[in-house]
Structures are given as C-alpha cells and as structure tokens.
Write a protein that binds this ligand. Structure first.
Ligand SMILES: [Zn+2]
Ligand SMILES: [Zn+2]
Length: 429
C-alpha cells in the first residue's frame, strides 16, 4: 500500500472541524483588524527565498524543497509567506495604491525538517503583513493581534518577548564587535555556531546550546549600538505597549534568524507547550522590498503555525469542539418484504430532501440495517432529533419524532412533520 510521504499529515474528520473553526476564527479576526486576504502560488523562483530569507539560514541551506521544472527553471515550494507576499505586492504595483496595505495569508508551507510532534514538512501557516508603514503603532497592531488570537483560543498566560535588532546601519558596527567577541570565545561554541560567526553571527545569539548561551550572556548588546531612529522606534514601541497595559519581556537574544528582519522582532509563547512554545513570531522588515528590487517599503508582520496552535488549543482552557452534529436523522423500520417498508423508505427519503431544502441538516441510513443499527448511526452523527418511520404509525399516516436531548417522543401526522420539525429546529419559521 502506498503511504503518505514522511512528515506530511492527513487531516481527517472530526479533526477537520477544528481546522475549519480555527480558519474561521482567523478570518474573522483578520476582518476585525482590517486585513484582506492575499493568495500567492505555493511555488516561487528559488531566488526569491535565497535573496530574502538569507543564504546562510537553516531554511535556505537545509530545509527548502527545491526542484528544476521541465523548462530548467529552479523552483521552490514556499517555506514561508512574507517574501511571496512582498513579491506579489511589488509585482502588481500595490505600492502605488493607498498605503499601508494590510494583507493576510493562510495556506500550506513546506520545509524539509526532521518530523516531530506538531511539526510537519507540509504545514499550515497564517500570517499578516502591514506594508508601507514605518510606524511603531503598526508593530503594536500586529503584536496585539497575535495576543488576541491566543486569547480567543483560551490560551491563558501567554508571554510576549520583544527585541530590536536595529537596522543595517547600526548593525554594521555591532556585527564587527560581536564577531570579534565571539572569535575570542570560539572554543566554547557549538560547531554550528563556530561556522555561523562569519556567515550569520546574530544567529549565535539565539542558539539553544547551554554552552553557547553562557558565551552570549556577556556578548555586546545591539541595544548599545542603535542609531537615533532605531532607538526612537524602540522606545516608542515600548511606550505604546505599556499604554495598552500589555506586559512584555525584552529578550536581547531574540533575533528570529531570518536575514530580512530589521528593528522590532517578537515572539508570543505559551509555556504549557514545553520546549517548542512559540505560537506567534514576527517582526519588521523595512529592507525587504528593496532587496527584491522595489522601492523602500517598510513592513511588519507575523506568522503562526496552525498545527502548533491547535496542539495548544487542545491543552488550553477552551479546546475547540471537534464534533459537527446534525439536526436530525431519519430511521425507517425494516419490515416483512411486502413492499411496505419500501414505501416507508421512499417516503422517508422524500422527507430527507424536504428537510435539507429547508436548511435542516439531516441524514439517513442507505444500507437499510436494523432499527438498532440506524439508531446507533443517528447517535454517532450527533442528531438532535430522530424521525422514526414505524409500521404502525405509517399505517396511520404518521411518524414518531424523538428529541434525543429532552428524551420525549411524539407522534406527528406525516403531513405536518416537516412543519413540526422546522418549528422545533428553526424556531417556528
Ligand atoms: Zn538603526
Ligand atoms: Zn551554538
């Protein structure tokens, strides 16, 4: 038997109901914050990611699904959403329209990673981007929305970590001093960090290795190197957060790893998840549009992995209900083979169509199993009402309607049953 590729995930019912709920929640909040959806292709020219995410990042070096198509073009399944959004934004001239543009995306991303709990090679991400605003208010807008999503899912006790990593201007001198500092301690660093010193020294700061942590504790801080503009942005950001009563922790080792980030970076964590407890991560990327050949379009946004968010939701205060019950189920008695039960079946099937036409969700058993099996089926489907076509009732042109919730059962004339059930379920319409 052929199985699904390693690291992929079939999402089956009733789990799909949780996904639908989460997607609806994210779409609703997008609207609340005035973000509009953008859909970009799931593959792009490889260069889009190597040029923006960064040649030296794990994503580009180890995790991309890259292939050559029949025309010899190098393509990559998108590993993240921001670069494609900015690419599309520039390509379609959205920068000449009203700014800022507020966009959200929701769809699959692909990374060749070691599969582990809640992490897949094809995974679903939701993200928002505000393009064309250098204002720290925009930073706070996306941070606040990330916190709001967690709240709506009943994830209490999230923690917000923020940091600034400056701009390419102020980072130049910082980088030199950091490299010098790290080179002095090189023997204490893990092999990964040793090679990062020259390629991506900032990444050493967020290495989880305890030995590296010890080294970076006393490393020079970018906060001492900020230019006036970056300093002002950082201070204003904190002032706005405080004015909203939002608690935050400044984490100088938070750098987020991707080359395109500038100034603000942030993560929202939910500690009950354990080691992998970041549920939302994002930051500002003021140079990204220029890197792609566009004009200077400052931007800020976040992304969240929906698998991890659902994992968190299951452990949270109000786990998403996976059931998707139907309103009613039609049960037909299986009688002697005298054609009588055929009549009942056809009449039951007609009622099914009438109910569905009225917007009432309902089902029946096409396999004509025993009454008991049909009742079980009704139960499994979560039906609130069963409509029972019994032989005796049917001879009197009636059926029995049973409320599964309240336990009562009533005989209703066949001619009135549609109106009765509609009244019960739709409230008398
Ligand atoms: Zn700066
Ligand atoms: Zn390290």
């Amino acid at each position: 038997m052929i199985k699904a590729p390693r690291g992929t995930n079939d999402i089956l019912p009733p789990e799909t109901n949780k996904w639908a709920y989460l997607e609806a929640l994210l779409r609703r909040l997008s609207n609340t914050y005035n973000f509009q959806e953008i859909r970009t292709p799931i593959f792009e020219y490889t260069e889009l990611f190597t040029r923006t995410v960064g040649e030296t990042t794990d994503i580009v070096q180890k995790e991309m699904y890259t292939f050559e198509d029949k025309g010899g073009r190098l393509l990559t399944l998108r590993p993240e959403g921001t670069a494609p959004v900015v690419r599309a934004f520039l390509e379609h001239g959205l920068d000449s329209k009203a700014l800022p543009a507020k966009l959200f995306y929701l769809g699959p991303m692909f990374r060749y990673e070691k599969p582990q709990a809640g992490r897949y090679r094809q995974f679903m991400q939701y993200g928002v981007e505000i393009l064309g605003s250098p204002s720290p208010y925009s930073d706070v807008e996306v941070i606040q929305m990330g916190v709001k999503i967690a709240e709506e899912l009943g994830l209490l006790g999230t923690t917000l970590f923020i940091n600034t990593i400056g701009c390419p201007e102020c980072r130049k001198e910082y980088r030199e001093d950091l490299v010098e500092y790290l080179k002095d301690q090189i023997s204490d660093l893990c092999p990964d960090c040793r090679s990062r010193i020259d390629t991506n020294p900032l990444r050493v700061l967020d290495c989880k290795n305890p030995e590296c942590r010890k080294v970076t504790q006393d490393a020079p801080s970018v906060h001492d190197y900020l230019c006036d503009e970056c300093e002002a942005h950082w201070e204003t950001l904190k002032t706005i957060l405080t004015s909203l009563g939002m608690e935050y922790t400044v984490d100088p080792t938070l750098v987020r790893g991707l080359d395109y980030y500038t100034r603000t970076v942030f993560e929202i964590k939910w500690p009950p998840l354990g080691a992998q407890d970041t549920i939302v991560g994002g930051g500002r990327y003021d140079g990204l549009a220029e890197q792609l050949g566009g004009s200077h379009i400052p931007g800020v946004g976040f992304a969240l992995g929906m698998e991890r968010l659902l994992l968190a939701s299951d452990k949270g205060e109000k786990p998403i209900d996976a059931t998707c019950p139907i309103d009613c189920f039609i049960v037909v008695a299986v009688g002697e083979d005298d054609g009588f039960s055929d009549d009942m079946y056809i009449r039951g099937f007609q009622l099914l169509q009438d109910l569905r036409s009225s917007g009432i969700s309902c089902d029946f058993d096409p396999l004509r199993r025993s009454m008991r099996a049909q009742m079980k089926h009704a139960d499994r489907a979560g039906a609130q009402y069963t409509i029972i076509f019994g032989e005796e009732e049917f001879r009197n042109s009636a059926v029995s309607v049973r409320s599964m919730k309240h336990g009562w059962q009533k005989q209703i004339a066949l001619d009135h049953v549609l109106g009765f059930v509609k009244g019960e379920i739709l409230g008398g319409t």
